[in-house]
Ligand binder design. Structure first.
Ligand code: ASP
Ligand code: MG
Length: 456
């Protein structure tokens, strides 16, 4: 068995779904279990509808629901066999009626809880998986649809739920292999349910995570993440267009890259796969012959020190200064307790005797954090920063990497540096305005020659 996951852009239209059917057909002998995202930008649109139901008029959100139904209906009709059109219409009617009722209820209540956000955003994958399953039949694949909410069990942290692995794996093992022996199994990504059967989701971009959980649960030979890029690159193409494809990378390196914003993979994705040692492939559904990026347990030997340069933008730098910190214990505890209580995750940290600098991603509670910090320290906030992160297993074995990095970016003001937390990355903070220049300089330094075994 293999797991094949197709992202939103891979199922965004009738033509895209037809392409997916072709790819799945070509691997039918591997007994694929297919995991799909919501079609195109459906999740965003559902969340926008939820917002409109709070702030707009009834006509506004009804019109948005209507447009979303039209979109699904228009694309689906082209790939569902004539004999199934009535069933398709019934499915669409049922789901969109339910969604409309839900929105009406929420509009009356005037309150959007994480639990109702999950209920709403689940419609994307519920619909896409049913449509793709019908389409596969149309293209001659024997297909079974499985509602992921019956398989993936999570805790109650709605919009960001964590799987309860034991029960999830038990259910997957009991159900999926039997079905996959007979037909192609199609499931929605992202969606799950709590132990009480309430719909939950694994967080934005969570379909990759679903694929990995399913792969681990059924002991798949391989987990394929089909997307619209050729795999992982040596640099973010929106910042630096001249990057190379990374053909193979270790789990540990991929996890660092995902965490630091390489958008090809959800950061949590690799965890279940790592535990079961199942290779994960990143492949391009628009160029199915390209071999993509293979993520494997151990890094293969590579002549380059760095595998990829990742960036995380929209970072805020918080500088906390206090002379009272000198020689006093418990100071860091006091600081982190505030960030913890106000649910603000901290990414990078640097300390000196009298100051602490750290970076945060979410500024939702920043004002409250600052107010508390200011009761015992001076605080200075710098928005519009970016973390640049060089990842490579060889960084830990190679002397002189830091000097090459900082010589390459010697005209840029580096705000904060971190190495050591993970031996395979070296990260630093620069102003977002300097980011392009920084990435270009680093790429020139580390990828002017490439190891053909690892890069393309
Ligand atoms: N549809 C969900 C999202 O847009 C999950 C996914 O696509 O992976 O976040
Ligand atoms: Mg995605």
């Amino acid at each position: 068995m293999i797991v094949m996951k197709f992202g939103g852009s891979s199922v965004e239209s009738a033509a895209a779904i037809e392409r997916v059917a072709g790819i799945v057909k070509s691997r039918a002998h591997c007994r694929p279990v297919v995991v799909v995202s919501a079609m195109g930008k459906t999740t965003n649109r559902l969340l926008a509808i939820a917002q409109t139901s709070m702030t707009g008029t009834r006509e506004d959100y009804l019109a948005q629901i209507h447009d979303l139904r039209d979109f699904h209906s228009r694309e689906a009709r082209q790939v569902v066999p004539l004999g199934n059109r009535a069933a398709l219409d019934r499915t669409l009617d049922e789901h969109f009626q339910e969604l409309t009722e839900l929105m009406k209820g929420l509009a009356v209540l005037g309150e959007l809880t994480p639990r109702s956000i999950d209920a709403i955003s689940s419609y994307g994958e519920r619909l896409s998986s049913l449509i793709v399953a019908m389409a596969f039949e149309h293209f001659g694949l024997l297909t079974t649809h499985v509602d992921s909410r019956r398989m993936i069990v999570t805790d109650r942290r709605h919009t960001q739920a964590a799987p309860i692995y034991e029960e999830t794996y038990r259910r997957l093992k009991e159900t999926i292999p039997k079905l996959a022996a007979e037909a192609v199994v199609v499931m929605g990504g992202f969606i799950a349910s709590t132990e009480d059967g309430v719909t939950s989701t694994l967080g934005r971009g969570g379909s990759d995570f679903t694929a990995s959980i399913v792969g681990a649960g059924i002991d798949a030979e391989e987990i394929q993440i089909w997307t619209d890029v050729d795999g992982m690159l040596t640099a973010d193409p929106t910042l630096f267009p001249g990057g190379h494809r990374v053909k193979t990378i270790s789990f540990a390196e991929a996890a660092e890259l995902a965490y630091f914003g390489a958008k090809v993979l959800h950061p949590a994705t690799v965890v279940p796969a790592v535990e079961k040692n199942i290779p994960v492939l990143i492949l391009n559904s628009r160029r199915p012959r390209s071999t993509g990026t293979r993520i494997v347990a151990e890094a293969v030997a590579c002549k380059n020190v760095v595998k990829s340069i990742a960036c995380k933008r929209n970072i805020t730098l918080v500088n906390i200064h206090s002379t009272r910190m000198l020689m006093v214990h418990g100071f860091l505890h006091r600081i982190f307790e505030i960030f913890d209580r106000l649910q603000t995750p901290v990414d990078m940290v640097a300390t000196s005797e009298v100051s602490v600098s750290l970076t945060i991603d979410s500024t939702a509670n920043l004002a409250a954090v600052v107010a508390e910090l200011e009761t015992f320290s001076d605080v200075n906030i710098e928005p519009d920063q970016a973390i640049v992160c060089l990842v490579g297993d060889n960084i830990r074995y190679t002397p002189g990497v830091a000097i090459r990095v900082f010589r390459a970016v010697d005209t840029v003001n580096v705000r904060m540096i971190s190495q050591g937390a993970s031996l395979l990355n070296l990260s630093f903070v620069v102003a977002d305005a300097d980011l392009r220049q920084t990435v270009a300089a680093l790429h020139g330094e580390f990828f002017s020659e490439i190891d053909p075994e690892v890069f393309d």
